[in-house]
Design a protein. Sequence first.
Length: 201
Amino acid sequence: MNVQWKNGLAALAIFLLAFWIRISYIENTVIDTPIRGDAFYYVVYGYNLINHGVFSKQQSDHPVPDAYWSPGFPAYIALAIKSGDDSFYGFILYGHALMGALVCGITVLLGRFFLPLWGSVVAGLLTTFSPHLISLGGYVLTETLFSFALIVSLYGFCWAVKTLRKIGFVLSGVGFGLTYLINPVMLFAPMMMGLSWWWMA
């Protein structure tokens, strides 16, 4: 069995285990008043995007646009509302379970750029069984979507560096841009990674 197949099977096994754990968690955990605090305002933003075409956290028939929060996660909530599901909350949680599991699988693949297979699998297992990452999937907060966008962008960047393909740099740049729209804490990360790569080259 070649290296690519081993990497793929390891990532798939970690993904399936992580997905089962996260689905079990959200189906057996009851959160008292889940749409509250920051989650409430994210939902208001998403509702206003769908029903008024306006990015605003104002509860009004004619909400005034604002730019207080990043638009990435409210856009995801708007997609959940637009799905037509009677419970957009369920759409969000199952989406979190899928993205959280993908984070674990991609962790294995990302690790293979600089770790042996066993080290990458250990990293994937640590991510899979992280109580923090598991529990965050049960809340209407940005962390799960942010971590998914971040690790996909990181994988794309590492692949681009390894293969020196321009499309890889373009796609990872787009990914980092989308990650920034979810959480602006990403602002300087691509610059630092680019400088590090330039320095090592």
